[in-house]
Design a protein around this ligand. Structure first.
Ligand code: NAP
Length: 282
């Protein structure tokens, strides 16, 4: 994408990269989304930090980005609600300018067998991981098409190929497989408009609020012997929105230390289920 002179950085930030356009990162108040927002800002983008509830955390990310010399705003919106998404996109463009980068990071997870999953729980997982990315993409694409440029990165789940089925995570696996299908479809549909669409698929990532005992058994399953860091996922996203990735579209890049979903253990599911929403309603 071209440099935007209108948002050029001030001369006293000698080491800062040239200013780019505006980026919207969903679910950026913590975890992987926060790392993506901060790393994208370091690369020169002005960043809208979307969050749902934790205003203080979102504002802390905004302050960190502003301290680095970029513009940033916190945008409250539930991305599972199309009207809320439309307002967030309008607010971002009003305050930061046209959205040139969209990162669909939101994607909540919980464990439960299908037989005891309520309709609301099913919808919750599908809406959070899959429909949300459709709503946001649909809201930004007309502008990107008009300007003939744009970058969309969706956050999936390792491995690179379709996520395999596994007990207790069917809704999540369906939604994350759907995000890959959607990314590849959109990559083809949007290619004539200069828009790239890619997927980054994390493995087991320490998002900063993982119970230590869970972290201990999780890392044993990773060929590299450790969990990933949110910053390592962010690096892949930054590459895909950079000029270096100008010919990359329809890719699905795993950031997983070699971990593959097929090795997911199920023997800890009962312990882990209590950590996620909805586990008490079945
Ligand atoms: N962590 C892992 O090991 C791992 C592995 C593979 C894939 N992933 C994927 O990576 C992505 C990020 O995961 P994470 O572990 O970093 O998540 P996280 O730490 O739980 O962060 C979730 C973020 O999303 C926001 N959020 C949740 N629902 C939202 C909604 N409906 N509307 C707007 N914001 C919402 C939260 O904001 P509030 O706090 O304000 O609600 C928070 O900022 C997800 O797509 C996940 O499926 C994670």
């Amino acid at each position: 994408m071209t440099t935007s002179p209108a948002t050029a950085t001030s001369t006293d930030e000698k080491d800062a990269p040239d200013a780019r356009g505006a980026a919207l990162v969903t679910g950026a108040s913590r975890g992987i989304g926060r790392a993506i927002a901060e790393r994208i800002a370091d690369a020169g983008w002005d960043v809208a930090v979307n969050y749902r509830a934790d205003k203080a955390a979102a504002h802390a990310v905004v302050e960190r980005i502003r301290a680095g010399g970029r513009r940033s705003v916190a945008v409250a919106a539930d991305v599972t609600e199309p009207d809320s998404v439309a307002r967030a996109v309008a607010e971002t463009e009003e305050r930061l300018g046209p959205i040139e980068v969209l990162v669909n990071n939101v994607g909540e997870f919980f464990l439960k067998p299908l037989s005891s999953m309520s309709l609301d729980e099913w919808r919750f997982v599908i809406d959070s991981n899959l429909s949300s990315a459709f709503y946001t993409s649909r809201a930004v694409l007309p502008g990107m098409r008009r300007r003939k440029r744009g970058r969309i990165v969706n956050v999936g789940l390792s491995p690179v190929h379709m996520v395999r089925a596994a007990p207790n995570v069917a809704a999540y696996a369906v939604a994350k497989t759907g995000i890959v299908v959607m990314s590849l479809s959109m990559a083809v549909e949007e290619a004539p408009y200069g828009i790239t669409v890619n997927c980054v698929s994390p493995g087991l990532i320490d998002n900063g609020h993982l119970p230590p005992e869970q972290g201990r058994w999780m890392r044993k399953r990773v060929p590299m012997g450790r969990m990933g860091r949110a910053e390592e996922v962010a690096e892949a996203v930054v590459f895909l929105v950079s000029d270096r990735a100008s010919y990359v579209s329809g890719a699905n890049l795993a950031v997983s230390g070699g971990w593959d979903w097929q090795n997911r253990p199920t023997d800890h599911d009962d312990d882990v289920a209590g950590l996620f929403l909805g586990d008490d309603s079945g």
